[in-house]
Design a protein around this ligand. Sequence first.
Ligand code: 5GP
Length: 113
Amino acid sequence: METIFTRILAREIPAEIVYEDDWVLAFKDIAPQAPVHVIVIPKNYVTNVLTLTESDVELAGRVLLGCQRVGQALGLEKSGMRVVLNCGEDGGQSVGHLHAHVLGGRKLTWPPG
Ligand code: 5GP
């Protein structure tokens, strides 16, 4: 399944990469909603949390660890951050490749819209 994110993964589209390991790629969101807004994607294709299976257990954990690494790399350990995974239409998912938003650098409000 090709999406804008698989094209970023293949370096066909430029992105500002902030973290990468064997499992995930993390890059700055093109339309940031906070001073820090990074997208973390697994290198293997999965649509979203609703389509995960038992075989994706490590992938899912690696995405969360990737979010932690991004937070550490960008100095959010003390101030905190938010990790968001939009799923499907009502969840507001616009790119059909599982991704976590890492948001921080300001006080975020709750509940989200
Ligand atoms: P979603 O709405 O699916 O949860 O999040 C998709 C995110 O990807 C949005 O925040 C959007 O701004 C970001 N995005 C969409 N296209 C691109 C792109 O080409 N490059 C980057 N860096 N971010 C993108």
